[in-house]
Design a binder for this molecule. Structure first.
Ligand code: PRP
Ligand code: URA
Length: 206
């Protein structure tokens, strides 16, 4: 499995404030957006381009345009905090939605919604889910996307736990994961340590 931890001083700076328990929703949303821009930029750097010609005000020149179909699939709810940043960087992306909720007692994810574009086979699919904890949600969504034809599926996260990375390695060996931070461990309630708490609750103020 390919794990990319995005190293950048601006990632560190935004993460510092995102982790801070005193950061309220309004600021949390802005920080999540800023961090997501940096993660998305890294995770799209190898997308193929095709050559075209355009006429500048002075002459005709060769240019390169994005040469691959891109689909973003935020995992509801928390993944919505990464979607605007994704679309800012890849405005032509199609968008699917995947609704998953962890049981508060068992931490096992249950799917409650799925709507994704058809014929995913030729697309690079970016699954947006800021927290990779046990890995159950990500594996569920990646398997689901593979099941409807997704061949290249990349997970974009903000904080990952070693347990979740190990779980994905076992269940989806060809998974590609981009994250802003690889944290220490999970606690007994399957929350990431040091982490940043419940991302969805902090994003939406619930
Ligand atoms: C959170 C988070 C991930 C999941 C990660 O969602 O956004 O989807 O937990 O945990 P896992 O790796 O152990 O599966 P949650 O189920 O709390 O739903 P929410 O986004 O609606 O808050
Ligand atoms: N989901 C979250 O939002 N935070 C965690 O620490 C684990 C799962």
């Amino acid at each position: 499995m390919a794990l990319h931890v995005v190293r950048h001083p601006l990632v560190e700076d935004a993460l510092a404030a995102l982790r801070d328990r005193r950061t309220a929703s309004e600021e949390f949303r802005r920080l999540a957006h800023r961090l997501s821009l940096l993660v998305v930029a890294e995770a799209t750097r190898d997308l193929p381009t095709v050559e075209e010609e355009v006429e500048t005000p002075l002459e005709v020149t060769k240019v390169r345009r994005l040469g691959r179909r891109v689909v973003a699939v935020p995992v509801l709810r928390a993944g919505l905090g990464m979607l605007d940043a994704f679309l800012e960087i890849v405005p032509s992306a199609q968008v699917g939605h995947y609704g998953l909720e962890r049981d508060e007692r068992t931490a096992v994810a249950r799917r409650y919604y799925e709507k994704v574009p058809a014929d995913l086979g030729d697309a690079v699919v970016y699954l947006l889910d800021p927290m990779l904890a046990t890995g159950g949600s990500a594996a569920h969504a990646m398997e689901g996307l593979n099941g409807v034809g997704g061949r290249t599926v990349r997970l974009l996260s903000i904080v990952a736990a070693p347990e979740g990375v190990a779980y994905l390695e076992r269940t989806i060996p060809d998974a590609e994961v981009y994250t802003a931070a690889l944290d220490r461990a999970l606690n007994d309630r399957k929350f990431i340590l040091p982490g940043l708490g419940d991302f969805g609750d902090r994003l939406f103020g619930t």
